[in-house]
Design a protein around this ligand. Structure first.
Ligand code: NAD
Length: 442
């Protein structure tokens, strides 16, 4: 029996429809609305999900190494917390904006719900290029930003994690600042205010590779849907950072071949289709130099952008930043499946063209949820004061994400919808049940 009697008047607000259809937030809202249509989600759930609960902007000064002060703009967007504390990454990027943060926060709500984690969704960050700062400036910026956020974040209220441009080191500084600005009987008891920390500071085994590892578990489960096998799979990757490099090296260890790879420094392709590019060697090069540029290996060549995208493969993995797959790229792609490693990689026009061309799409909210899942496992370990082995973490991650992939496949068959819409459907059905059972206060 739902807690909200059918006679109760519910909010009649229209779901939010942002004006610019190419804005990241408009893309996230459109996907949410599409899924709500499929399951006839109540109007009040749509109204709640199509806008964040809280949007905070902070402006704060940071002292630079030469002594002068510079003003920075930081954000924290808390999208939804019906299932548990707000949860989501902090991004340091020159194009970080409120609108993008709102989209990324909405996607975090969907990921948590889809994975059945007791979390809501949030996102934040600072408008800054971290490469322009020295390590001491980066530390001061992180401490000032964390202090400016005050009680907006908290171990059982809103839990940040790394994202583009932030690292375990930055999470350590964030945690340390929070511990030193908040009262507690035991400071260590607040360590779970941030996840993605380094191992000595309370991080979890397996967090670094978690997003790539989760991605591979999803592919292992769903590849048979497309008559593909891991051993014979040929793939290309756009973006070779945390997500792209970990995904590629794990896929390679299972027999798949990396045929082409690109980042902001260039486009690399193998000259012998059956040989592939050694993802492990390339990852070592990127770890040292920061990008794929300058990588030299036998049987590889640098190619033009168009040639990279036209290279025949089975699975294309966009794992860079948002909106990088536009209509033109969607026209060039020569693959059976696009599996989204990064968030929101395809523009709405690209999505439509891929569907028209019968190229299947596995959505980011399923494929890259390994990160938030292992963040949750880190949080649980911190709360319980225990330390799990890598095997324990990987086993939990696998169970969680494979179950989610199965739910998505089931919903896709049940409603006769694509996998991307199905992923939102599975998430929103779960959230709707929580709202129906709890009701709207007062
Ligand atoms: P990262 O900063 O480690 O790597 C980003 C990659 O994108 C780099 O290889 C960079 O060269 C490439 N790139 C940037 N601009 C480019 C351009 N113009 N053309 C081609 N390549 C370009 O970031 P990451 O952590 O791997 O995150 C990538 C995506 O995955 C983001 O959308 C992020 O939100 C998402 N994501 C990350 C995690 C995580 O755990 N790191 C979890 C979930 C989702």
């Amino acid at each position: 029996m739902p807690a909200i009697p059918s006679s109760t008047p519910l909010p009649t607000a229209e779901p939010l429809e942002p004006q610019d259809p190419n804005s990241l937030f408009a893309m996230a809202v459109a996907a949410t609305n599409r899924a709500c249509e499929v399951i006839s989600a109540p109007a009040f759930v749509r109204a709640i999900l199509t806008q964040p609960k809280n949007e905070l902007i902070v402006n704060f000064l940071v002292q630079m190494d030469d002594g002068h002060y510079k003003m920075f703009k930081g954000y924290r967007i808390q999208h939804n917390n019906i299932l548990g504390p707000y949860k989501g990454g902090m991004r340091y990027h020159p194009e970080m904006s409120l609108d993008d943060g709102k989209a990324l926060a909405l996607w975090m709500t969907m990921k948590s719900a889809l994975m059945r984690l007791p979390y809501g969704g949030a996102k934040g960050g600072v408008k800054v290029n971290p490469r322009d700062l020295s390590p001491t400036e980066l530390m001061r910026l992180t401490r000032r930003f964390t202090a400016a956020l005050g009680n907006t974040i908290g171990p059982d209220h809103d839990i940040p994690a790394p994202d583009v441009g932030t690292t375990a080191q930055i999470m350590d500084w964030m945690m340390d600042t929070f511990l030193n600005t908040h009262e507690s009987d035991s400071k260590q008891a607040l360590r779970h205010v941030v996840t993605g920390k380094s191992l000595p500071c309370g991080g979890s085994e397996g967090r670094e590779k978690a997003t790539g590892q989760g991605f591979v578990y999803v592919l292992q489960e769903l590849l048979p849907e497309f008559n593909l096998s891991m051993e014979e799979m040929r793939f290309s990757v756009l973006g070779f950072g945390n997500v792209g490099s970990n995904t590629a090296t794990i896929l390679q260890s299972l027999g798949a071949k990396l045929v082409a790879v690109a980042d902001h420094t260039g486009f690399l392709r193998t000259t012998i289709a059956d040989a592939g590019i050694d993802a492990t060697l390339l990852a070592a090069h990127v770890a040292k130099s920061g990008a794929i540029g300058g990588f030299e290996a036998r049987n590889t060549e640098w190619v033009e952008r168009e040639t990279f995208y036209r290279t025949p493969i089975d699975v294309f993995i966009p794992a860079a930043l948002e909106r990088m797959v536009d209509k033109q790229v969607a026209q060039w792609l020569n693959c059976k499946v696009v599996a989204e490693g990064g968030n929101g990689p395809c523009t709405p026009e690209a999505d439509a063209l891929l569907a028209y061309r019968n190229i299947a799409l596995l959505p980011a909210i399923l494929c890259n949820s390994g990160g938030v899942t292992v963040s949750y496992l880190e949080w649980v370990q911190n709360k319980q004061g225990v330390k799990w082995t890598l095997e324990q973490v990987d086993t939990e991650l696998k169970t969680t994400i494979v179950n989610a992939a199965r739910r998505v496949r089931l919903a896709s068959h049940q409603y006769n919808i694509d996998m991307a819409t199905a992923a939102y459907v599975v998430a929103i059905e779960h959230i709707t049940k929580a709202y129906n059972n709890r009701g709207i206060f007062p």
